[in-house]
Design a protein around this ligand. Structure first.
Ligand SMILES: Nc1ncnc2c1ncn2[C@@H]1O[C@H](COP(=O)(O)OP(=O)(O)OP(=O)(O)O)[C@@H](O)[C@H]1O
Ligand SMILES: [Mg+2]
Length: 315
């Protein structure tokens, strides 16, 4: 029954009963006699109590809706408030749920566009670094080699130093380009790309163990990229913030899903606010309808867990 009819009928019953009683057996004298005042008061209390119960029951779903609205987060697809209660409230909750579904879909589509643009831009920057700066430095390196053969002995050491610095710069550019565009992902697939990523962090003094089985269910390129970027951001955060000396990447098959776990033995996230890194992970997860959690690990440290359903991420 709608809230309108509940309140209206309760009030109507009360007022009709009061009128019927006044027209019939009950009389109210002036001044009011004590037993009449008692009956009037009892009637009033019954009417107020009835109103309070009807309003409390009718407004509870709206209070639940208010709480759900206050805590709604488009990046964390959580439970929707239950469609229940008087018809006005149920209608409002259903409309709110539809609106949230639509906003979430729009947000996911917007994030997908932004992330694709970002990946395209990374490809472009990586290509330019490799093709332009990389080529120039290679030419400089060759030139230095020719110079080294011709300069007198006392200058040769300095030229060799310049050669080494140029070579280090070239290596660094190749590494940056590789990070920007996970070429191994396209060439060798996710498992090798994740293993390569793990070894890359040795340079930062972080020993990363990897447990990536070769027999993963086939995933879409998009799902592979999401898994790779989440692992990359997880390990980058470990190296930057956690003071950990050990970390691990684990990928495993679950019924109907693939789960990535990045675990470190560091200080833990604590109550640090989420930055662009973690919300980027959430946006990527949203693209695949995947679940993402960043939580304390069983022995301290941090666990980043991404569960990609094979229904959306599988090929
Ligand atoms: N593995 C971790 N160990 C400890 N603290 C962490 C870890 N990962 C994240 N944090 C904390 O959570 C915060 C938010 O991380 P997030 O990746 O969102 O942002 P960020 O790394 O500071 O910046 P960026 O946008 O460059 O990623 C960090 O500043 C850090 O305090
Ligand atoms: Mg980060």
């Amino acid at each position: 029954m709608s809230l309108f009819w509940r309140i209206f009928s309760l009030n109507a019953v009360g007022l009709v009963a009061a009128t019927a009683l006044l027209l019939g057996p009950v009389t109210v004298s002036t001044p009011v006699l004590p037993h009449e005042a008692l009956i009037l008061l009892a009637g009033l209390v019954a009417l107020l109590a009835g109103n309070a119960v009807v309003l409390r029951l009718g407004l509870t779903p709206l209070r639940r809706l208010g709480r759900a609205m206050a805590t709604a987060d488009l990046l964390r697809p959580g439970a929707r408030p239950e469609v229940a209660g008087p018809s006005e409230a149920a209608e409002l909750i259903a409309t709110y749920n539809t609106m949230l579904d639509r906003l979430q879909a729009e947000r996911a589509a917007g994030a997908a566009r932004a992330l694709h643009a970002q990946e395209r831009e990374r490809h472009r920057v990586a290509r330019e670094l490799h093709d332009e700066v990389g080529q120039t430095l290679t030419a400089v390196l060759l030139q230095l080699k020719r110079v080294a053969d011709q300069v007198p002995g006392e200058l040769r050491a300095e030229v060799t130093l310049s050669q080494e610095a140029t070579r280090a710069g070239l290596d660094e550019i190749r590494r940056i380009a590789r990070r920007l565009r996970p070429g191994v992902l396209e060439e060798l697939g996710l498992a090798s790309a994740l293993r390569a990523l793990a070894t890359e962090f040795d340079h930062h003094g972080l020993a990363v163990r990897h447990d990536v089985p070769g027999d993963l269910p086939p995933l879409t390129p998009e799902a592979e990229l999401v898994l790779y970027r989440v692992a990359q951001e997880g390990l980058t955060n470990t190296a930057r913030h956690s003071s950990a000396d050990h970390a691990g990447i684990t990928l495993r098959k679950l019924p109907g899903a693939v789960e990535l776990l990045v675990r470190d033995n560091g200080t833990g996230v604590g109550d640090a606010p989420e930055g662009a890194g973690i919300s980027g992970m959430r946006e990527r997860a949203l693209l695949l309808g995947a679940g993402l959690s960043v939580a304390p690990g069983p022995d301290g440290g941090t666990d980043v867990r991404l569960r990609v359903p094979t229904a959306t991420g599988g090929r």
